[in-house]
Design a protein around this ligand. Structure first.
Ligand SMILES: O=c1ccn([C@@H]2O[C@H](COP(=O)(O)OP(=O)(O)O[C@H]3O[C@@H]([C@H](O)CO)[C@H](O)[C@H]3O)[C@@H](O)[C@H]2O)c(=O)[nH]1
Length: 438
C-alpha cells in the first residue's frame, strides 16, 4: 500500500507523522526539518524567525513537549513586553497599561473606552457584531485606544487599514479589557499577566529549532526526504511528481504548503483544478515580513523581550530581543534583536537593514549606530495572511475542492490562517487522527 504523504516538515508535518498510525513519507524542500522554526546562528548569536515563544494550552501537547520531546529541556519565562509610544515605554498589552503616557493620552483612552462600552456613542456598535476589525477595536476599546495604538499598529503589521480586515482572526490574540483592567492600568496597579503569552516556554539549548529536531528524533514508521519537493500533484491518480523526477504514489495526502502554492501544484498535475479554484487561490493575499537579525556591542540597554511601535515615525512594527529573553542566545556582552517589517515586496533586504539600525537607535533599544556589530535581513513570505473581504469565500472554495480531491491541509500555511506553534501541532494531530480513522 502506498504511504500517507506529508508535504512539508515544519511543526504541522512533524506532528502529523508523530500521530499517524500507518506508514508515512515526509517530503521537505529544505535541507532540514523545522519550517518556520529553523534557528540560524550568526557569530554565536541564535535567531529564530522572529519571536517563536511556545505557549501551550492542550494537555497532551504540553505533556509531549515536557516529557517526551524535550524532557527537562524547557525553561519557563515570564513575558516582559512593552509598547514604545510618545517617547515612553508602557507595558504590553497597551489597553491595560496606559500608566506613564502623557495624561491627555491616558484621558483620551479612558473616555473613549467608557463611551464605547457604556456610553450613547458606542450603542450602535454594541447592538450588532463588528463588520470589520476597525469596528471590533471601536466596539471593545473605543476611539482613544483605536487612535493611539490599535489602528496605527495594526495598519503597519497588516499593511492595510483595520477596516479592510475582518475580526475573524482576533480570538485569544487581541485582549478585550474590562473596565477594572483599563482603570487599574491607567493608575499603574494592573496585573502583568494578561494575554495569551504572559509566560512561555523556550528550549534550554539550540533555539526553537530544538523542538523540531526532538520531534524528528522520536518519529517512527516512515521516511523523511529532504531537499525534495513536489512539482505536480495528480489527485485523481494519487501521484506526486518530485523535483528529482521520480513519481510517488500516495494513499492519503496531507499538505502543509502555502494554500495557493498547493493549488498551483494541483494545476500542474494531469487531473488539473477547476478555474474557479485557481481564481480563488489568486484572491488570497498575505504580507511578507522581513526581519533583520542584529547583533550589538554591550548588554541589553532595555529589559524588554519585545516592543510594539505603533507610530509612523518607525517603519518597523515590532522589535524583539532574543538576548533579553534568554541570555544564552548571545555571547557575553552582546545584545541581539530581530526588527520586523511587513510589506508586499517594496522593501529590499538592504533597505530593511538600514531601517533596522535607525529604528533600534530611535527606540532607545541600542545606544548608537556605532554599537551595531552585524545586520542580516531574512524574508518570510506569506507571513500574515490577510483576512480581507475575499478571504472567507476564496478559502472555502479551495477547501471544498480539496475535500473532493481527498487532500488534507494543516498548519499556518496549509490552513492559510493566523495561528500559533501549538495550533500547527494540533492541526497535524487532527489530520493524522482523521487519516487513522479512514
Ligand atoms: O499592546 C498590544 C499589542 C498588540 N495587540 C494586538 O495583539 C495582536 C497580536 O500580537 P502578538 O501577540 O505580538 O502577535 P504575533 O502573533 O505576531 O505573536 C507572536 O510573536 C510573539 C511575540 O508577540 C513577539 O515575539 C508571540 O509570543 C507570538 O505568538 C496584534 O495584532 C495587535 O492587534 C494588542 O491588542 N495590544
Amino acid at each position: 500500500m502506498d504511504p500517507t504523504v506529508i508535504l512539508g516538515a515544519g511543526l504541522a508535518g512533524l506532528s502529523a507523522a508523530h500521530f499517524l498510525q500507518r506508514p508515512w513519507r515526509l517530503i521537505e524542500k529544505s535541507d532540514r526539518v523545522g519550517g518556520l522554526i529553523k534557528t540560524e546562528v550568526i557569530d554565536g548569536c541564535y535567531f529564530d524567525p522572529t519571536g517563536h515563544w511556545l505557549h501551550l494550552r492542550d494537555p497532551e501537547i504540553r505533556e509531549l513537549v515536557n516529557t517526551r520531546w524535550l524532557p527537562g529541556q524547557m525553561v519557563s519565562i515570564q513575558r516582559k513586553a512593552a509598547v514604545f509610544s510618545r517617547g515612553v515605554f508602557t507595558r504590553f498589552p497597551y489597553q491595560v497599561n496606559t500608566h506613564g503616557l502623557p495624561p491627555e493620552v491616558v484621558a483620551e483612552n479612558l473616555v473613549g473606552y467608557v463611551d464605547a462600552i457604556y456610553g450613547e456613542k458606542g450603542r450602535a456598535l454594541r447592538e450588532r457584531d463588528p463588520r470589520n476589525f476597525e469596528e471590533f477595536i471601536l466596539r471593545y476599546m473605543g476611539e482613544g485606544f483605536a487612535k493611539n495604538f490599535m489602528v496605527p499598529y495594526n495598519q503597519k503589521l497588516w499593511t492595510v487599514h483595520p477596516r479592510e480586515l475582518s475580526a475573524a482572526w482576533v480570538g485569544r490574540f487581541v485582549p478585550r479589557p474590562s473596565l477594572k483592567e483599563v482603570v487599574d492600568g491607567a493608575l499603574g496597579v494592573g496585573s502583568d499577566a494578561l494575554g495569551y503569552n504572559a509566560s512561555f516556554l523556550y528550549p534550554r539549548e539550540g533555539g526553537i529549532e530544538s523542538l523540531a529536531r526532538a520531534m524528528l528524533r522520536g518519529l517512527q514508521g516512515g521516511e523523511l526526504s529532504v531537499r525534495t519537493e513536489p512539482t505536480a500533484i495528480d489527485w485523481q491518480a494519487r501521484k506526486l511528481t518530485l523535483s528529482d523526477g521520480r513519481t510517488l504514489g500516495y494513499s492519503e495526502l496531507l499538505s502543509t504548503l502555502p494554500l495557493p502554492y498547493l493549488v498551483r501544484l494541483l494545476g500542474q498535475g494531469a487531473s488539473g483544478v477547476p478555474d474557479e479554484v485557481r481564481a480563488a487561490a489568486g484572491r488570497l493575499r498575505a504580507t511578507t515580513v522581513t526581519y533583520v537579525c542584529v547583533g550589538a556591542r554591550g548588554e541589553n540597554r532595555q529589559p524588554w523581550h519585545w516592543i510594539y511601535l505603533p507610530e509612523p515615525e518607525f517603519t518597523t512594527y515590532r522589535i524583539g530581543s532574543p538576548s533579553a529573553v534568554y541570555a544564552p542566545l548571545a555571547p557575553p556582552n552582546t545584545a541581539t534583536f530581530y526588527v520586523e517589517y511587513s510589506h508586499h515586496g517594496e522593501l529590499s533586504p538592504g533597505q530593511c537593514e538600514q531601517l533596522a539600525v535607525e529604528d533600534l537607535v530611535r527606540s532607545e533599544m541600542v545606544h548608537a549606530a556605532g554599537d551595531i556589530l552585524f545586520t542580516r535581513a531574512v524574508e518570510i513570505p506569506h507571513a500574515y495572511v490577510l483576512y480581507d473581504e475575499a478571504y472567507g469565500a476564496a478559502k472555502a472554495e479551495i477547501l471544498r475542492f480539496l475535500e473532493h480531491a481527498r487532500i488534507l491541509t494543516a498548519g499556518r500555511y496549509g490552513q492559510w490562517e493566523y495561528s500559533s506553534m501549538e495550533d500547527a501541532i494540533l492541526g497535524g494531530r487532527a489530520c493524522a487522527q482523521a487519516i487513522n480513522a479512514r
